[in-house]
Design a binder for this molecule. Structure first.
Ligand SMILES: Nc1ncnc2c1ncn2[C@@H]1O[C@H](COP(=O)(O)OP(=O)(O)OP(=O)(O)O)[C@@H](O)[C@H]1O
Length: 282
């Protein structure tokens, strides 16, 4: 199967000389929902901009469906892939929700009936169906983030690159955003790559993680593989998810014989029951 995205980035420097990325190799398969995990300044946004074809001055290659991205036209790239910025105010520009989401399809040459259909479907998908006429300025931060995603869905994007989609949201909003993305991935088959430093959320929702530190890729794997070693995470300025941290402390401080570091509440429950020899509460 051809990866939707395949990146081999030997190095990238910003014009002021900052060495932002080096020796990155990663692939994103069709239908995948994967994360780029890293602390502040590790290079997540830069990597997303390169994957999206915005930043071109790197050494190496990025293939989109097998084609070198720098040889594709903007229409070829942005017909199938789009980037949602961390701050929705950097992305939204129209007065109303409808006008903002309609901009992409209109730009693609769709007639007004088709534009209307696409806007309705996209707003439905992000649970904003009743808010089409609302002034963008009067939306909450989380609603603005949803409108940004709707704008890309209305253009028929099959690949979404999302920069910190849960940043700035309250705990409930974070969960709703992750559920929305999971639904888009599972039900609509959208391939999603999201940059994040939120270690508590990612193991619950994502199937594969790429860990960045100081511009380099230090580990790729399932959440279980990535969160295997607390020491390794501390080296890249990340920590264990709270659930795993709790079991880790009980194991070290109280010598309790937990075998694995669980990443979800369900896994923690299983681990505790196994440690109790299956003698847990009925
Ligand atoms: N336009 C720019 N010019 C020069 N250096 C930049 C520019 N943008 C980012 N950098 C630098 O590149 C490095 C990686 O930055 P980047 O924004 O990609 O990190 P990040 O992981 O997304 O961080 P955060 O989690 O804080 O958003 C940092 O050292 C940053 O200072």
């Amino acid at each position: 199967m051809t990866p939707r995205l395949s990146a081999q980035i030997a190095s990238f420097r910003y014009p002021d000389g900052t060495a932002a990325l080096n020796d990155i190799r990663l692939e994103v398969m069709p239908g995948e929902f994967c994360g780029i995990l890293g602390s502040n300044g590790s290079g997540k946004t830069t990597l997303l901009k390169i994957l999206d074809g915005i930043v071109k001055e790197f050494t190496g290659q990025v293939l989109l469906d097998g084609d070198e991205i720098r040889r594709l036209s903007p229409r070829e790239i942005y017909g199938k892939m789009g980037l949602v910025f961390q701050n929705p105010d950097d992305q939204l520009f129209a007065h109303s929700v409808y006008e903002d989401v309609a901009f992409g399809p209109r730009n693609m040459g769709c007639g007004e009936t088709e534009v209307g259909r696409r806007v309705s479907e996209a707003l439905e998908a992000v649970e904003m169906a009743g808010l089409a006429r609302k002034d963008i300025q009067n939306l909450s931060y989380g609603q603005k983030k949803r409108v940004c995603i709707a704008g890309l869905l209305a253009m028929g994007h099959e690949i979404l690159l999302l920069d910190e989609p849960t940043a700035g949201l309250d705990p409930m909003g974070e969960h709703r955003m992750m559920e929305l993305l999971t639904r888009l991935n599972r039900e609509s088959g959208v391939t999603i790559v999201m940059a994040t430093h939120s270690v508590d959320l990612v193991p619950v929702f994502l199937s594969r993680l790429h860990v960045l530190s100081r511009g380099g890729l230090v580990r790729s794997g399932t959440p279980e593989e990535v969160f295997h070693s607390p020491e390794e995470l501390a080296n890249v300025k990340l920590r264990l998810p709270y659930i795993a941290e709790l079991i880790h402390r009980l194991r070290i401080d109280d010598h309790l014989p937990f075998k694995r570091l669980p990443l979800t509440i369900g896994a923690a429950r299983r681990e505790i029951l196994e440690t109790m020899g299956g003698q847990g509460p009925a």
